[in-house]
Design a protein around this ligand. Structure first.
Ligand SMILES: NC(=O)c1ccc[n+]([C@@H]2O[C@H](COP(=O)([O-])OP(=O)(O)OC[C@H]3O[C@@H](n4cnc5c(N)ncnc54)[C@H](O)[C@@H]3O)[C@@H](O)[C@H]2O)c1
Ligand SMILES: [Zn+2]
Length: 518
């Protein structure tokens, strides 16, 4: 089965303009005389012309109206509603002049400097940089379309399986493609023959594949936490002379895909990368997305890139090798995306929770495809594939999950932490009056039937003021996004709603509720 994911991204630059003297020439055309200095940058010249304009204005009767007042913030003058004014400090060594221009104030700071034998001199600096006029601004705008196949297959490295060869040859069918393959050590441990299978596959398709190396990468969060992972990967890419037309292929769980993806997208400003997700979570969520990241300074995903891959090949045989704990973890992301996007899919998960808890193969396949398609749909149609706005629409339940992963030092894996985060935010949706009472029981019931434990003692850990440490996750979330906090809650099962504040008292009640049920 093959799905195509197409993304179109439009980039542009918009610069506002205001009627502030834009340049020396136009200031002078208004009769403003400014000093001519060689080797002075344009901002200084603008500052000086504006300064003179301001002085001319002040020299009329406006100056008198403000008089000498103690040095203070420029807002004081702005708030008076006056159009110009000056402030000076008590020593008279620094003055600030304000002039209203269009909808903003221009502020010039004048400082007295003392030169030996030369007496006093003044240094002027413009504290606000004026906007450019419309004729100095060009609007840059272009669109980029991304298109990549997301393939669902089995035994991708069996000699007769052409999924990889087809993906490599998509644009250049007659070329022999240089490929470096990075493989999760956890996958290599459970499939010791994998390395030779890959080598045999490359040899059998030698017309299309030039295998330049097979690199093991430590599996799990350790590879995202270790500061040496990325430099080591970059060194290998450099040693193997990977260029912008070569392929870096990552085979592994979400963590290895994140780390190898990140290294590939910064090397040579981005080389082609193909993902083979090997866990339920990576196949139903992270692997089909456009994000790559590693952890830094103890913060989850602090550095990373948005970069659509060249292709994604989901091989269900890898999932068979997973330990039960990892199989279960990935189901949390399917529950998450069903809750915020697709009530029918949630009902299907509920109806088949027992089979899923037994990891029945057809049911697990259905869960993975359903969840992957909902994640792809959000990226394709959500309007913000690279999350430029202040929302992380697919991160329901994640503000506390990321914090719990950190607080437990990854004792809880991502999916397990997400399950707790989902339970917390679903209860919050009910207590804050957004979701009908009883729906929280339904969600928690499903998660428990799938085998999730919805309590961890770290939820109780508080700082010296008695505030639960997990609440710091909200501040981290806000910081990551920039701007205002945006958290997804539930309006109904299948429909997420964005909110911009969380009441810490209600979060505390939700934690109590989870503890009582544990
Ligand atoms: N980029 C994104 O959009 C995105 C989205 C969600 C999650 N993530 C990230 O994904 C990571 C979690 O990924 P994960 O849940 O896939 O777990 P993981 O990558 O941490 O892997 C878990 C363990 O399973 C092993 N493993 C992987 N595949 C195996 C297989 N087929 N057989 C046996 N063992 C195998 C690994 O070696 C590791 O020890 C987190 O770092 C999370 O932040 C990224
Ligand atoms: Zn997640």
């Amino acid at each position: 089965m093959k799905l195509a994911c197409t993304l179109q991204v439009t980039a542009g630059v918009t610069v506002s303009s205001a009627a502030i003297p834009p340049s020396r020439a136009s200031a002078e055309s208004l009769g403003v005389k400014g000093p001519r200095c060689r080797g002075v940058n344009p901002t200084t010249i603008i500052a000086n012309t504006a300064f003179n304009a301001c002085l001319r204005l002040l020299s009329r009767d406006n100056f008198r109206r403000f008089g000498r007042i103690a040095a203070g913030p420029s807002e004081t003058a702005c708030q008076t509603g006056k159009h110009s004014g000056t402030l000076s400090n008590k020593m008279g060594s620094e003055r600030r002049f304000f002039k209203r221009a269009a909808d903003r104030f221009v502020t010039i700071r004048r400082r007295r400097l003392h030169h030996k034998n030369k007496g006093a001199a003044w240094e002027d600096a413009m504290l606000d940089t004026p906007s450019q006029s419309a004729e100095d601004v060009r609007l840059q705008s272009f669109s980029v379309t991304y298109e990549y196949p997301v393939v669902f297959t089995r035994d991708a490295f069996a000699l007769g399986n052409r999924c990889l060869v087809d993906a490599l040859s998509r644009r250049e069918p007659c070329k022999r493609h240089r490929c470096l393959i990075c493989v999760d050590e956890g996958v290599l441990a459970s499939l010791p023959d994998l390395a030779s299978q890959i080598e045999n596959y490359a040899a059998a398709h030698a017309g299309s594949i030039d295998l330049v190396g097979l690199v093991p990468v430590a599996g799990g969060e350790i590879c995202k936490n270790d500061p040496k992972t990325i430099p080591n990967l970059l060194e290998i890419l450099s040693q193997r002379a990977i260029d912008r037309h070569s392929f870096v292929i990552a085979v592994g769980g979400g963590a290895v895909l994140d780390a190898v993806g990140y290294a590939s997208t910064i090397f040579h400003r981005g080389v082609r990368h193909i993902r083979f997700p090997t866990t339920v979570l990576a196949q139903d969520d992270s692997g089909v997305g456009v994000k790559n990241a590693v952890n830094l300074f103890g913060l989850k995903n602090l550095i990373g890139t948005f970069a659509p891959p060249w292709a994604i090949i989901n091989d269900s045989a890898f999932v068979d090798m997973l330990p039960p704990r990892e199989k279960r973890a990935g189901m949390a992301e399917a529950v998450k995306v069903a809750l915020i996007r697709d009530g029918k899919f949630f009902e299907w998960l509920e109806a088949h929770s027992d089979a899923l808890a037994r990891f029945s193969r057809p049911h697990l396949d259905h869960l993975i495809r359903g969840s992957a398609e909902l994640h792809m749909r959000q990226i394709r149609l959500g309007g913000d594939p690279f999350e430029m706005g202040s929302a992380r629409p697919l991160d329901f339940g994640h503000w506390s999950a990321h914090k719990l992963e950190q607080l437990t030092k990854n004792q809880l894996n991502h999916g397990e932490a997400v399950a707790i985060g989902i339970a917390l935010d679903t209860r919050y949706s009910v207590l804050s009056g957004r979701l009908a009472a009883g729906e929280d029981e339904r969600v928690v019931g499903l998660l428990q039937r799938l085998g999730f434990d919805l309590w961890h003692d770290k939820l109780r850990q508080c700082d010296s003021r008695g505030v639960p440490l997990v609440l710091k996750g909200l501040a981290d979330f806000r910081e990551h996004l920039g701007g205002e906090l945006t958290v997804t809650l539930l309006a109904e099962i299948g429909r997420g709603v964005e909110v911009h504040e969380m009441d810490e008292r209600i979060v505390g009640n939700c934690i109590d509720w989870l503890e009582q049920r544990a």
